[in-house]
Every structure is written in structure tokens, then in C-alpha cells.
Design a protein around this ligand. Sequence first.
Ligand SMILES: C[S@@+](CC[C@H](N)C(=O)[O-])C[C@H]1O[C@@H](n2cnc3c(N)ncnc32)[C@H](O)[C@@H]1O
Length: 327
Amino acid sequence: MRIFIELSGEHPTLPRAEALAALAAERVEIRAAVFDSQVLRLDATGPVERAVHRLGLAHVVCEEVASGDFDSIRSFARDSDFHGRTFRVRARGVGVDVDATAVEGQLGADFGRTGVVDLEQPSMDYRLLVGEEFFLGRVVHRIDRARLEATKVAHRPFSLPISLHPKFARALLNLSRVPMAGFVLDPFCGTGGLLLEALSIGLRPIGLDRDRRMVLGFRASLRGAGDGALGVADAGRLPLRGASVHGIATDPPYGRAASTRGEPIASLYERAFRAFRDLLPPGAHAAVVLPNEAMIDLASEHLERIEAHALRVHRSLVRHFCVFVNS
Ligand SMILES: C[S@@+](CC[C@H](N)C(=O)[O-])C[C@H]1O[C@@H](n2cnc3c(N)ncnc32)[C@H](O)[C@@H]1O
């Protein structure tokens, strides 16, 4: 199956890394991947639906049904038979400025020989990408970006300004490569932002924090959202049996606003990463946001670093979305 994913533009590498990790988590094999102008085209074996429903940093995912110049796309449309069903075609320029309405009109006329236009709730939803080449796709999934905005920490029962935006929380969870229904641990869970998103994409959350108020607050936010195992614990002394989780996704304190009760972050990370290594099964991943290169190096002494994406938040804060594997 050939698919294309229209990635979001929040970062040059993180959206693509998230998509590839989500596919890997759901055991979708990728035979070839091409990336250009925020579009990721993939030749994939296995069902992609489960993986693409997890994405946070993307807009639309399509199964590619035709490619080439505009004439070959139009002849595909003329040869299709919709048997009177409803359809919609939306066009978008990729790296070029196009008159989308004109292109949609011509293609709509071709499809309209056997189908009926419905712009609101069509049974066949098509997307045309216009660039050096044209790609026509049937929409498989649209990422609900409005829902991701609506679940920001400020809108939750227990709210503190320490939580990642839900779209970045999803990206971090996907980077941890925990499969559907797998257990994901956040040992610095705070208000629970990451683990609420974990629930929304079908993972089973385990949340720990040293601060009891966080655990109680997270429990309040969890009510009605789903089940999770929560507890008060130090991230360097995890009360869990080895290999009892499929992966870790976490956003620890950076030694700034969030409290470490006076412990230098180098000491905290040293203890935490040692505990992560003892807990994770071989081949499992930890996706961790770190504040600087020195902390990435420190973490790499315990787990093997496989990728890092630096996201500038403001002048004095860069979040490094890092992935480590227990090799
Ligand atoms: C940046 S916040 C986590 C934000 C979280 N992702 C959220 O959505 O709210 C870091 C959390 O680490 C917790 N923490 C600090 N030191 C800790 C330790 N030694 N063990 C466990 N948790 C700790 C703090 O209480 C705080 O809640």
C-alpha cells in the first residue's frame, strides 16, 4: 500500500520521526520512504490505520491511488466508477502556488460522470497534491487538531503550566514506540498530560511522581478519561518489576520551574536513567525531553541514543525530544 502523510510544519524533523515511529510501533513494514515539502510518501506493508490514528504532528493521511502528470490523474478519475456515490476532491499546492479551485473543478467534472459532489459528508474523500508531480489520494485519516487544542492543560480539571501541548505529547509517546494496548510509563507524570494522550491513542498508562499533589491532581483529570495505574515514587527508585512496561515517555524537570527539591538535575537524571535501564526490556525505548546536550550525553551513558530533535520554545529554553533504546 502506498500512502502519503501531510505533516505539520511545527518542526523540520520531529513530525516525520513521529510518523515513522508510530508505524514501527504498530509493526507496519516500510519498504521505501520519500520526504519532500512536509509530505512523507511511503510504501508500506500491513494495515496503517492503527498507526496513523496515533499521530499528533500531521494533518491528513491518504492512500495514494494515482500519480503522474495532471492528464494521467484526470484519466484515472474518468475511469473510476462511483456508482452514484458522493465524493469530494480537495487540491493543495506542495511547494508551488496553485489555483486549487480550478484544479478541483476539472477533476470534479471527471469524477462527476459517475458520482455526486458532496463537500460536507462525502462517502469518497479525495485529496490532490500538486507539485512537480501530482499525487491523488483517498483520505484514510484526518488528524483532529481542534481536539488536540481543546485538551490543552488549561482546559483540564488539574492545571499547571508545566505540561507539553497535547500534539507534542503524542509525538513523544509515538517516539517511545509502545504498541497499541502496551504499557507506557511516565515516571515524572506531573499533571498527567502525556498519559492522558496515551489513553487517547490506546496505550495503557502508568504514572508516577514524587509529589503527591500531582498524583492526586492527575487522578482527578483521569476520572472519566479511562484507567491508569498511578503512584507516588521517586524516578530513581521505581516500584516496578523489570520488563513490566513496553516503553517510557517522559518530560522530566529541567532544573528551572519544576521542583527537584534542590537536587541538581545531573544527579536526578543519573539516578533516573540507571533505573530506566534496569526496568526496560531489551530493545524497548525511552522517549525523553531533555534540556541540553550535556544531559543527552549523560543519559547516553546508560541507554543508547538513537535520535534527538531540538525544539526551540523561547530564547532560553530548547526542548530536545530524544529517543534511547535499551540495547
Ligand atoms: C516538567 S514536570 C512534568 C510535566 C508533565 N509531563 C505534565 O504533563 O504535567 C516534572 C515533574 O517531575 C516531578 N519530579 C521532580 N523530581 C522527581 C523525582 N525525583 N521523582 C519523580 N518525580 C519527580 C515533579 O513533581 C513534576 O511534577
